[in-house]
Design a protein around this ligand. Sequence first.
Ligand code: ATP
Length: 326
Amino acid sequence: MEKIKCIGVLTSGGDAPGMNAAIRAVTRTAIYNGLSVKGIMRGYRGLINNEIVEFHSDSVSNIIQKGGTILRTARCPEFTASEGRKTAYDNMRRAGIDAVVAIGGDGTITGARIFAEEYNIPIVALPGTIDNDLSGTDSTIGFDTALNTIMECVDKIRDTATSHERLFFVEVMGHTAGYLALNGALATGAEAAIIPEMETEDDQLKTLIDNGFRKSKNSAIVLVAENPKTGGAMGLAERVKREYPQYDARVTILGHLQRGGSPSAFDRILASRLGSAAITALQEGQRNVMTGIRNGEIVYVPFSQAISHTKKLSQDMTDLVRILSI
Ligand code: ATP
């Protein structure tokens, strides 16, 4: 096995608060262990376009508290084609990079897996996404901060919902996963969460109305995961207008607000631990793994498991939203 001397670090896909803390931890742990570091700008696009910069300890000074990513991020369709990955590989070798730490979500890890297999490159990934939809880790970097942002926004919506006695659908991000919606509902005392995981089992809107919106309450807040399966907040409000016209339904879409802001203490600590563990993993000879956290302990999760979408939302949590909103 070739000895690793130089690490390339990149952030890819959707940005998430805490990515900077992760870049800092990767860079400083690598330097601490005698490795050199290069920052790859704009995710896989930077590898293809040869946007690679020398990183030193002070390259990551004063960033732990900042949202976004100093390396920038991008979606790069060219990397899904073998010609794109060939250019990326050639540029990477020319820059003297012999291992990569990739920080991102599901797509980023899928790309890392293909790239690593194709060129036999050591790659370790970090779960960087607000969606928390990667398997094998209890939390992803950015999820906690996004959840806190949602909580603050919903608290404000609650004031007006109560005053006007309205039904509010608040749409949160979530792609294919209801973690933000469900956890956000618990944190804000929302009346329900409408999530893609439940959509096949239940008409969640009907259940909400049948379960007594207006029996004991004059206002309600429902968190909805953005997803074609749930219909999103707009789709649900349309349905209320058609099927339950007696209710005054309103929509708030939180959108990109959820990605911004200074990372929470939880995300900074998580990112620092996972970033540092990525360097340890590479030095131990680990390949094709994502660093994750389970019950407070660092774990190495094979890429195939990380992107398997097998992490289940807890039924207890969905029950709890219902129980606590009577
Ligand atoms: P988020 O969860 O926040 O959306 P993500 O990492 O899932 O983040 P994507 O846009 O899905 O974001 O993926 C990021 C990048 O990973 C893509 O733009 C592309 O460059 C690369 N990628 C995704 N899927 C593949 C694939 N099948 N093959 C090669 N590269 C891929």
